[in-house]
Design a protein around this ligand. Structure first.
Ligand code: KIV
Ligand code: ZN
Length: 511
């Protein structure tokens, strides 16, 4: 006899909390692309952003709400009127919407951050939920810093917000302080003590400061939670959030332990992970569970022998079930527009106009001349970084000379707001020389915080994907570039970062 399992709601916050990772900001178009894949993966709720945070955030939430039809689209809002109105406005055209409103409930946050008495926090929370209900019948309330809040106060506020119309109650481990046994027990107690707890779904939202985000989330599930907030690749503020792929696969693989199941189509996990990584410029470490390049690679002879004889000797999941091996060779030098457009369509990418597609197709042709086999990752890299609306700086030409025993030299030609500039510079290595030459022209004054190169696919003809993180006046950006020549990719990534910084500056000046 099969036992009826509860549904575990998967709430993805890659586009909101994930975007709060330093330097991981995404454009509206990039958010829409990721949202399409999340929808295809059958994520239940997509938190598309924090509508009041900036005009860009508002537009991104609105665009996701207008695009996605199957998943519920959500916006974050502080428990204040202006935020909730903005969220409601951005979500107007959603097929199914949610407003996620929050206020801090821990003594330390109420005293020092909010400077509010607990009673006032409670009143504000109730008012926020009532206001949000005027826009949607699906309202989530979060007790920020919940894991450090006092249980008796939490019971009262939760009872009050459920009575006011909140259907989901989230108790986040905002600072990643929780421990699995303790955090799970907290939910058990809340569910037992709050008289109307049966009228809400309880939710977890864990940060990974102690590396316990997934363990804490799963412990919460064991104790009655029926929604998990998580992100692709565990992206998120500071050390990140609980990773969607780990939560989903833990629940699916250990069906003997969990009395819940998700609706996720796991075959889309790896492609979505790849897209998020290429859009944000945050590489996935090779030994990352589920989506790391080594996650299913058996190195030791004993393991290989075992797997060949009987797969389950060493494998608890099948690589193909999470989407490995789907990046089959699809396109090459002779592929035409229709085939390229169709494959992008299958990857969830739709082009807003024919000119944009034409530019991407030209890049495809150039790449296909250099590299015989074009994989899905290559297709993603061709559009990443190509949607920067302001292109103040453009790489025209690059010549790099490197010889054992002498300092590498870079000759560079850039277009700066349409005007051509050339210069040269030496450096301790060729990349150093390129960046120095660019700075000699641009003089941005930005600090280089990170430089990383990763192979997009396998083999020596692979494109190198480069991330350059720059910081200026407290503003962090990640520039990305991809090319079969990693020096060209490095220069492109640096230019992309400069364009993103310039975009931030023009936003500040209200342009
Ligand atoms: O970490 C946190 O507490 C949050 C809330 C806004 C849910 O992100
Ligand atoms: Zn968070």
């Amino acid at each position: 006899m099969s036992i009826q399992k509860d549904k575990l709601v998967i709430f993805d916050t890659t586009l909101r909390d994930g975007e709060q990772s330093p330097g991981a900001s995404m454009s509206k178009e990039e958010k829409v692309r990721i949202a399409r894949l999340l929808e295809r993966m059958r994520v239940d709720v997509i938190e598309a952003g924090f509508a009041i945070a900036s005009p860009g955030d508002f537009e991104a939430v609105k665009a996701v709400a207008e695009t996605v039809r199957e998943s519920r689209v959500c916006s974050l809002a502080r428990a204040i009127n202006a935020d909730i109105l903005r969220a409601g406005e951005a979500l107007k055209k959603a097929n199914a919407s949610r407003i996620h409103t929050f206020i801090a409930t821990s003594p330390i946050h109420m005293q020092y951050k909010l400077q509010m008495a607990p009673e006032d926090v409670l009143q504000q929370a109730v008012q926020a939920v009532k206001t949000a209900r005027q826009f949607t019948d699906d309202v989530e309330f979060s007790l920020e810093d919940g894991s450090r809040s006092e249980p008796d106060f939490m019971y009262r506020i939760i009872e009050a917000v459920i009575a006011a119309g909140a259907g989901t109650i989230n108790i986040p481990d905002t600072v990643g302080y929780g421990e699995p046994g303790e955090y799970g027990a907290l939910f058990r107690r809340v569910i037992e003590h709050v008289p109307n707890s049966d009228r809400a779904i309880f939710s977890t939202h864990c940060h990974n400061d102690l590396g316990l985000a997934v363990a804490n989330s799963l412990s919460a599930v064991m104790n009655g939670v029926r929604q998990v907030e998580c992100t692709i690749n565990g992206l998120g503020e500071r050390a990140g959030n609980a990773s969607l792929e780990e939560i989903v696969m833990a629940v699916q693989t250990r069906q003997d332990l969990y009395s819940v199941e998700t609706s996720i189509d796991t075959r889309h996990i790896v492609p979505t992970s790849r897209l998020v990584s290429s859009v944000t410029g945050f590489p996935v470490q090779p030994n990352k569970a589920i989506v790391g390049a080594n996650a299913f690679a058996h190195e030791s002879g004993i393991h290989q022998d075992g797997v060949l004889k009987h797969r389950e000797t060493y494998e608890i999941m099948r690589a193909e079930d999470v989407g490995w091996g789907q990046n089959r060779l699809v396109l090459g030098k002779h592929s035409g527009r229709a085939a390229v457009r169709a494959r992008y369509g299958e990857l969830g990418v739709a082009f807003s106009d024919s000119e944009t597609f034409q530019q991407v197709f030209q890049r495809f042709k150039i790449l296909a001349d250099k590299k015989h086999e074009i994989f899905d990752e290559d297709l993603h890299s061709l559009i990443t970084g190509s949607e920067t609306p302001v292109e103040r700086f453009h790489l025209q030409d690059l010549d790099v000379r490197s010889k054992i025993g002498s300092a590498p030299q870079a000759f560079i030609s850039l277009l700066v707001e349409g005007e051509s500039h050339q210069t040269e510079a030496c450096g301790s290595g060729p990349v150093d020389a390129i960046f120095k030459a660019i700075e000699r022209i641009v003089g941005s004054g930005a600090d280089l915080k990170l430089y990383s190169v990763n192979a997009v696919t396998q083999g020596t003809d692979s494109q190198g994907s480069v991330t350059v993180r720059l910081e200026k006046d407290g503003h962090l950006v990640n520039g990305v570039g991809a090319d079969t020549d990693i020096l060209v990719a490095s220069a492109q990534a640096y230019m992309d970062a400069l364009n993103l910084l310039a975009m931030g500056e023009s936003k500040k000046q209200g342009v």
